[in-house]
Design a protein around this ligand. Structure first.
Ligand code: NAD
Length: 371
């Protein structure tokens, strides 16, 4: 059996053992496993609200992370989601220089059936009862109206001052700055001029990333499942449209995944014809092994949760800077350039992948905060 396949087999087996062990753990053991400080189960009989709020780590400041609403198949699934997402927020917030710890909340249930004013006011009261240890914001299935209801019963809500209630411009700017750091490292250049970039996904963030790259003189190749989004990029940026099966294999300098997560795995990593992978999508790589494969192929991976942190940086700024100052947010979002370069250099120093380096870099910041 080829060595690569054997390694992949061993890795999958280890994952299965880990997951099997995780499933057998008690709640406190699970909290130990991820390193959580506090887990709150909230229930309101009148409105049918059921929520879990996970405060992972408050070393750097109050926990910050959005509320997700999902019709989970089981409470166990909801718990798994909130534990792993809140830990991810500790790393993201620390990595992008926020004075915030990590937290996340999940509301269990069908958003179409349960959402109303009383429901979110009840939820807001639970957030308020934590007295500022956790700040929430929008996430999947939670919109600005829901946030406005929460604000009637809690002051610990953020992300309310974004441009038109939309974090995408900050996320796009941060992603662009991260890509520019990659360009500096890989090509020694200060702009994207003359470089070919494949943008996968031209939604709220992807479209703006494409525009920023185009404005700097990049040559764009694009794909979106929505033909109108592609048409717009072709008309406005002179982009070359790609087919679904070309998007991962097209010749380019930079591949920017801005649609879905988990787009690159051990199988398709071999087919990439780029020098840099970096976009706004979350969890771009399926696993750490894919990070190693990119490294072996000389492809620079820009850690997703660092370069897509513009939205959360805006939320963090809203908490600490009174009155809110949009220029300060932009200043901080632009620091994603330096942070990305720091992580690339950290990876080189330690002989690890940039995928792993982001976690180590963020953990070092949290540990230093504890000292
Ligand atoms: P969006 O829904 O506005 O855009 C997603 C786009 O991807 C749409 O145009 C959609 O048609 C396209 N798409 C869907 N499936 C596709 C596929 N298989 N191939 C190509 N295109 C496809 O979302 P968004 O807000 O732009 O976010 C994009 C990604 O960035 C998501 O993964 C999101 O989790 C992540 N992200 C967004 C933010 C933010 O501020 N919006 C912050 C951090 C991370």
């Amino acid at each position: 059996m080829p060595a690569g396949l054997r390694a992949a087999g061993i890795y999958i087996l280890l994952l299965k053992i880990m997951f099997w062990r995780y499933e057998k753990m008690s709640i406190f053991e699970k909290m130990d496993f991820y390193g959580h400080e506090e887990l709150v189960f909230a229930r309101d009989e009148e409105t049918g609200l059921k929520a879990i709020i996970a405060i992972h780590d408050t070393t750097l400041g109050p926990a910050l992370g959005g509320t997700r609403m999902w019709n989970y198949e089981s409470e166990e699934d909801a718990l798994y989601d909130v534990l792993r997402l809140s830990r991810g927020m500790s790393l993201k917030n620390a990595g992008c220089g926020l004075k915030n710890g990590g937290g996340k909340a999940v509301i269990i249930g069908d958003p179409r059936k349960l959402k109303n004013e009383a429901f979110f006011k009840a939820y807001g009261r639970f957030i308020e009862s934590l007295a500022g240890r956790y700040y929430t914001a929008e996430d999947v299935n939670i919109n600005t109206q829901d946030i406005a209801y929460m604000q009637e019963t809690t002051k610990y809500v953020t992300g309310t001052r974004e441009i038109g209630g939309n974090p995408s411009p900050y996320t796009a700017r941060g992603t662009f700055m991260g890509i520019k750091a990659g360009i500096k490292e890989k090509f020694g250049a200060d702009t994207a001029e003359g470089l070919t970039v494949v943008v996968q996904g031209l939604g709220s963030v992807g479209y703006m990333v494409a525009k920023l790259l185009h404005d700097e003189g990049a040559i764009l190749k694009v794909y979106d499942i929505n033909p109108d989004a592609v048409k717009r990029a072709v008309e406005e940026f002179g982009a070359t449209p790609l087919n679904a099966d070309e998007v991962l294999t097209a010749e380019c300098d930079i591949f920017a995944p801005c649609a879905l997560g988990a787009v690159i795995n051990s199988g398709n990593a071999k087919a990439l014809k780029c020098k840099i992978v970096g976009g706004c999508a979350n969890n771009v790589l399926v696993d750490p092994q894919t990070g190693e494969e990119l490294e072996e192929r000389g492809i620079l991976y820009l850690p997703d949760y660092i370069i897509n942190a513009g939205g959360v940086i805006n939320c963090g700024e809203e908490i600490v800077t009174k009155p809110y100052d949009a220029s300060k947010v932009t200043e901080k979002v632009d620091k994603i350039y330096d942070t990305t370069l720091n992580i690339i250099h950290y990876a080189k120093d330690k002989g690890i992948t940039t995928y792993e380096a982001a976690d180590h870099y963020a953990m070092d910041i949290i540990k230093a905060g504890r000292a």
